[in-house]
Design a protein around this ligand. Structure first.
Ligand SMILES: Cc1ncc(COP(=O)(O)O)c(C=O)c1O
Length: 466
């Protein structure tokens, strides 16, 4: 039976396994997102809401703290907790309202996917055929939860070779991309009593949403030109941190050598873990990418790799490299949930990797993306010379700081009117000043000539604003 708060419509179901605090958070989050609690609304005091819902006051205080950490509300000592002006949470590109007379987009610099037209279909078909021809029947049955031994060995060798990851094949857990692997890791960390997990701001929203969903607490740690601010991390209650050290998402900065060493000091001092999200390290254009953090902190780093940028999100394949003392817990989470990744996909990718098809694809994709990034940088230098592309030459997105006096939201609306989709940084936890001057341009899907035209049109839209 549910209990309903007459003012806030928070429904609690005490028979559900998901904790009451999570249910209170979910109810408030939903009410804020769908506008039942409009911006500026003052929430009841924690005491009043606790009485209303029949829960402890501490539980409501914790729920309000979590929503504040996610940017949904602000609590001011003495004047209570108010709803912020937020749209649907995302740390990727922010939403841009479409006007009634806006033309269809001729170019959409939305971030998130690689150029799916580059997917090496012929090589994948060959690998599938070979996998099917050579797989023992037993591999079409249930596999061990960590994955096909042959693939785990191939992944361990590949990561050692290209990312400096130091691991044995039996530390590799094959999973269905970062999102899935992280859910297993969160569970294992929760079993070790980790409640506070640091996240980068600005940063990727998926880990934050998962942390909230798991009933843990996301602790926002700022990122500057050297990567995550380790001093803030050390001052926080976090015992785990989800980071993108090789190429911070979305600012594109690389974690500096001094910060790496401070991070190592921190993680040892708190007896904690770093979750290394190595989502796009294959795409560094000016030099070899910095090695994975896992290579220098193998007992403290849980490494995540994914094919979502290097091949396609639809392959739904990734891997974890887990320190030996956490491995059983991660595998227990795997056994208790989906059990295994499709064996046909695992066998196909093992062949693909062993035949050198991934290396060949990456060489080709890297050349294409490098040209596209160079086109963005050159076109911006020509058309909007005061704009700056931040971060290193890598990845599929450009993090752009606009010339002074321009507002990213206004620029996005003006560009939308001319059929070009550009998006402000949408991370609600990020500094509002940073959001107002930053655009995140996903250029991976366009030819250099399209990029030239798109940036020319963007510049015309900006000129129109002046
Ligand atoms: C920072 C970051 N990490 C990881 C991923 C990949 O996630 P998944 O492997 O779940 O598709 C993405 C995809 O957009 C990302 O932006």
């Amino acid at each position: 039976m549910g209990t309903t708060s007459p003012d806030l419509f928070v429904e609690l179901d005490r028979s559900r396994p998901r904790g009451l605090r999570s249910q209170v958070e979910d109810g408030l989050r939903a009410a804020i997102r769908d506008g039942r609690l409009p911006p500026g609304t003052r929430l009841p005091s924690s005491r009043a809401l606790a009485v209303d819902l029949g829960v402890t006051r501490g539980l409501v205080v914790e729920a309000y703290e979590q929503l504040a950490a996610e940017g949904y509300v602000t609590t001011v000592q003495g004047s209570g907790t108010r709803v912020n002006d937020v749209c649907a949470p995302t740390a990727g590109p922010g939403p841009v309202a479409e006007g009634p007379a806006d033309p269809p987009l001729s170019l959409d610099f939305r971030t998130g996917v690689p150029d799916l037209g580059l997917f090496p279909r012929a090589a994948w078909v060959r690998a599938t055929r070979e996998a099917l021809a050579t797989m023992p029947d037993a591999e079409l049955g249930y596999l061990p939860p960590a994955g096909l031994p042959r693939l785990r060995a191939a992944v361990a060798a590949y990561l050692g070779r290209v990312r400096g990851v130091a691991c044995e094949a039996d530390q590799v857990v094959v999973c269905n991309g970062f999102a899935h692997g992280f859910s297993l890791v969160l569970r294992a960390l929760a079993d070790r009593g980790v409640r506070d997990v640091a996240v980068e701001v600005p940063g990727y929203d998926d880990p934050r949403n998962q942390i909230a969903w798991a009933g843990a607490r996301a602790v926002a740690i700022p990122v500057d030109a050297e990567g995550v601010c380790t001093a803030d991390l050390a001052a926080s209650p976090a015992r785990a941190a989800v980071l993108t050290p090789a190429h911070q998402s979305p600012t594109g900065v690389v974690l500096s050598a001094p910060r790496r060493s401070e991070l190592a000091d921190w993680v040892r001092a708190v007896d904690g873990w770093v979750v290394e999200d190595d989502y796009d390290a294959e795409f560094r254009y000016d030099r070899h990418p910095v090695g994975a953090l896992q290579g220098v902190l193998p007992d403290r780093v849980i490494y995540h790799g994914t094919l979502s940028k290097s091949l396609a999100p639809g392959v739904r394949l990734g891997w974890l490299v887990v320190p030996p003392d956490l491995l059983d817990d991660v595998l227990a989470a795997r056994k208790a949930t989906d059990g295994m990744t499709a064996s046909l996909i695992q066998a196909t990718f093992a062949v693909f990797l062993e035949r050198g098809d991934l290396d060949r694809h990456l060489r080709r994709a890297r050349r294409a993306y490098r040209e596209r990034r160079d086109a963005v940088v050159a076109a911006l230098a020509r058309e909007l010379p005061e704009a700056r592309v931040e971060g290193v030459s890598a990845g599929l997105n450009a993090f752009v700081t606009l010339p002074p006096g321009l507002d990213s939201g206004e620029v996005a609306v003006a560009a939308r009117r001319r059929g070009i989709g550009v998006y402000p940084l949408a991370d609600r936890l990020a500094d509002p000043g940073l959001r107002a001057r930053s655009l995140v341009l996903g250029y991976g899907r366009f030819r250099p000539d399209q990029i030239d035209q798109g940036i020319e049109t963007l510049a015309a839209a900006v000129a129109g604003l002046a």
